[in-house]
Design a protein around this ligand. Sequence first.
Ligand code: AMP
Ligand code: TRP
Length: 337
Amino acid sequence: MTEVKRRVFSGIQPSGSVQLGNYLGAIKGWVERQSEKENFFCIVDLHAITVQQDPEELRRETRSLAAMLFAAGLDPDQCTVFVQSHVTAHAEGCWLLNCVTPLGWLERMTQYKDKVQRQESVSTGLLDYPVLMAADILLYDAHEVPVGDDQRQHVELTRDIAQRFNHLYGETFVVPEAVIPEVGARVMGLDEPRVKMSKSSAHIRGHAVNLLDDPKEMVRSIRRAVTDSGNEIRFSEDPAKAGVNNLLGIYKAITDRTVEECEEDFASARGYGDLKSRVAEVVVEELQPIRERYYELMDDVGELERMLARGAEQAASVSEPKVEEIKRRMGLVIAGE
Ligand code: AMP
Ligand code: TRP
């Protein structure tokens, strides 16, 4: 019997620039593990429009994120990268699942409640956001869903919807599991090493390394990183040493070395200046080829579109039959049957 690979489904919002934390905390791992499992990476533009977007900007961000994922090393021969709105099964699946999802389940979602507090006008799509996410996952019979901690509740809801559907209409869906990365994999802000480096603060000078920064800018941000008045270069839990710990963590994640090897590398360093220079060097070395490939792809729109069309076709070949199965279960007449 041939071994069936486990399915993994992940969704990524096309908003804001990709920063070093996204790269080291998520994308690099996807690239390294892309051959181990059957992976679907979906750029979730339909989720993005649950809050108001500038149309031109959304289009640009969607293409840009796709180019970035390919540039970082996701390989269309090994995994499926696609844009959610290119595969109509997602919106259709969402409607079908809406009809088995009690309204109260959605009104309880904490992300929804948070967003409602911060907005004047709330779209129906925002309330329905988790059902679309459930459709994303369930249409692929995904076993694993890698997400940040903030998405745990949405994956729980997906499990509840799957179980409810299976109970009402017979075994149809795999009940998926959330895979939450360990906290240790967090990259902190260069300007404030006790808060997570984030897209939303990426515009603040000196906070983040953005993957599209030019190398001089990257070096400048790292050289200006907040440290402390000491000179010991070691991993440490001490909050006062969070800056040095973060720089070492970045070095470790990029070079794939152990804690001991990293500390050994800096045993003869003369202070934090040396540490910063070396970290800047490995960051630039790692990101420079990605930047170059990114710009090549952004200049060759035809090639990027072909890659995305191929991804959409692969995704549709899994999710369209699944939508038919759901329809059949629910008693809809399938055309031609
Ligand atoms: P976002 O869209 O910014 O919420 O994040 C997309 C992915 O990047 C998620 O899987 C996050 O866990 C990961 N990520 C974002 N920021 C960081 C960070 N500072 N350190 C590690 N991982 C991060
Ligand atoms: N809601 C997720 C986020 O904001 C993105 C997402 C949409 C997703 N569909 C998904 C993540 C399916 C995992 C699986 O991060």
